[in-house]
Design a binder for this molecule. Structure first.
Ligand code: SF4
Length: 316
């Protein structure tokens, strides 16, 4: 549900006249409705039509035209003036947790994690599970994940802070659950509230086998492109510079959208990704050459052992 009333109050208190609106891909179709509501309130409106996957990619070019940018769907990952964040909340019925209770009761504590859409419910989820005999706990987040229990594909701080014996991820798909499992190295379960509601224990083994294959392939690479994102909340310049210093034929590439065609055109044998960590883990199949995470690059160069494999996170 998108509630614009609070945003309108904030816009008026800032004396905003021109408002730019940025929506993530899943909510782009709300653009006409949001624009009509804001125009009715007397604002001039500009919609950002570019792809957007997170608050790490603020439409700062749209903000050049506007007094305020309203970024819908996410909580902030960076501090920017003149941006109002409007997270998207989606309630889940707590009864879907019933199937998870027998398995979760086996653990002395279970850390609850979820994505932004459901993070407003973590306390209620915790209480419901406790009432049903599961010692559910929630960890505090980080500057990129301000809500308790909230995780992103680039930050699992709230899972680690929960210090639980096992974890439950509630949300769509298993990518975040695998991330929790890699970040905590603890048994992790996933419950998709919009699929069949069946609890599944996730395993990172398949992903790790694929990453191992890419690491082996990259060992024969002669040239490495170190990808440095120009997006507002993805650029890790210090990391990119450190990685570029590890190999004589490594060079930093400043890039915004990372596509197969661009990487082919640039012509490096392998790439090291310091942009969104999901790129190397989730999108490798799009690329014909290895796209490594920072720790994987260190393994390729013999500066880290496979046993020290660590999931890439953007730390505050
Ligand atoms: Fe999401 Fe990636 Fe941006 Fe993190 S860096 S907020 S995982 S799109």
């Amino acid at each position: 549900m998108i509630q614009l009333s609070e945003v309108i109050t904030q816009l008026k208190s800032r004396n905003a006249k021109r408002v730019a609106v940025q929506l993530p891909e899943g909510l782009k179709r709300k653009a006409a409705e949001i624009s009509a509501t804001l125009k009715n309130e007397g604002f001039e409106v500009l919609i950002s039509g570019d792809a957007c996957w997170g608050a790490c990619d603020l439409s700062l070019d749209a903000l050049e035209w506007a007094d305020v940018l309203v970024h819908v769907g996410h909580t902030p990952v960076t501090t920017e003036k003149n941006v109002i964040y409007l997270p998207f909340q989606q309630d889940i019925p707590l009864e879907i947790l019933e199937s998870a209770v027998p398995q979760l009761r086996q653990y002395t504590s279970v850390g609850i994690t979820t994505t932004i859409q459901h993070a407003h419910q973590t306390k209620a989820i915790c209480k419901w599970l406790k009432d049903h005999g599961v010692n559910a706990v929630i960890g505090t987040g980080s500057s990129r994940t301000p809500l308790e229990g909230q995780v992103l594909g680039c930050t699992y701080a709230s899972a680690k802070n929960a210090k639980a014996e096992a974890y439950l991820f509630i949300g769509t798909g298993v990518f975040h659950a695998i991330g929790v499992s890699l970040a905590t190295k603890k048994p992790t379960f996933a419950l998709d509230p919009f699929a069949d509601g069946i609890l599944q224990e996730v395993s990172a083994d398949r992903l790790l086998r694929k990453r191992f294959a890419q690491i082996e392939k990259a060992k024969s690479a002669k040239t490495f492109g170190i990808l440095l994102s120009s997006k507002s909340g993805q650029g890790r310049r210090e990391l990119a510079e450190r990685l570029a210093g590890l190999h004589e034929n490594a060079v930093i590439i400043l890039i915004r959208e990372i596509s197969e065609m661009q990487l082919r055109n640039l012509g490096f044998d392998a790439y090291v990704n310091t942009a969104c960590p999901r790129l190397a883990l989730d999108d490798q199949s799009r690329f014909p050459m290895p796209v490594l995470s920072p720790s994987e690059f260190e393994i390729v160069l013999g500066k880290r052992s496979w046993d020290e494999y660590a999931i890439d996170e953007i730390l505050p």
